[in-house]
Design a protein around this ligand. Sequence first.
Ligand code: 13P
Length: 291
Amino acid sequence: MSYVYFIPKNRSAQTVTVRSYRERQFLYLWRKKMRKFIVAGNWKMHTTVTSGRRLAGAVVEAVKVPKGMQVIFAPPATHLTAIQKVVKGKKRFACAAQNIHQAESGAYTGEISAAMVADTGASHVLIGHSERRQYFKETNAILNAKVQRALDHGLKVIFCCGEPLSVREKGRHFSYVIRQLTATVLKLDPKAFKRIVIAYEPIWAIGTGQTASPEQAQDMHYAIRDAVRRRLGDKAADRVSILYGGSVKPANAEEIFKQPDVDGGLVGGASLRAGDFIELIRIAADLDKRR
Ligand code: 13P
């Protein structure tokens, strides 16, 4: 069995084949040691506090998250306190907010601040999701301010990036995604960057049932890690968890999670079904054990 890496270098792809089983094993072990494998569920604007509590409860009761892995629920802000209670004391479970406002506080009716999120006990926040960029016109300047505010309050950031279909069709997806990152989280210093998780979510794969192929995911994740390496060095690149998002479900998760530069998933639809989400965690845990 051989593993194929597509290494985008100077914009053209170069193929390197790692042939031996030993080499593959070494890569797996090395990766496991360096990075946390994360399965995160973005509930978007779904569930109520009552149904959300039931959903999270079913998941925490059904699975034990192994060392080196983390499971994160990102419910609507109204549920954070309740879901935080569900995960409290459950090892390697955590909560994330789906958004924060960039200001410390103020007259921003309907918004929530980083301080409010941190006070619920949530440890993470999603920033830069394509739905926020598209529907709420969040620019790089706004995203940078949000990232800084989150870090100031001790939150970790799951920073999302990803290209629309039109960009992929033109073959410009690598430069597009790398530009999204160089304008934002790659400006951080390596110390601050330690608190960043990157989620690659091709817009054409979100909620469409159409997933990136494992090779497409691996190519982009490699390119992202390469960009981190160039800007922030080896340590930052080897440590950062890069999640894939876009129609991840039990039927396709194994092939995607298996890729050497894929460190987990940011899951939408399938995270709303306890059975599916439990299965995704089991698939990830199983792969992690075999690595
Ligand atoms: P789906 O898994 O429903 O495609 O959503 C992905 C997503 O946007 C997660 O943030």
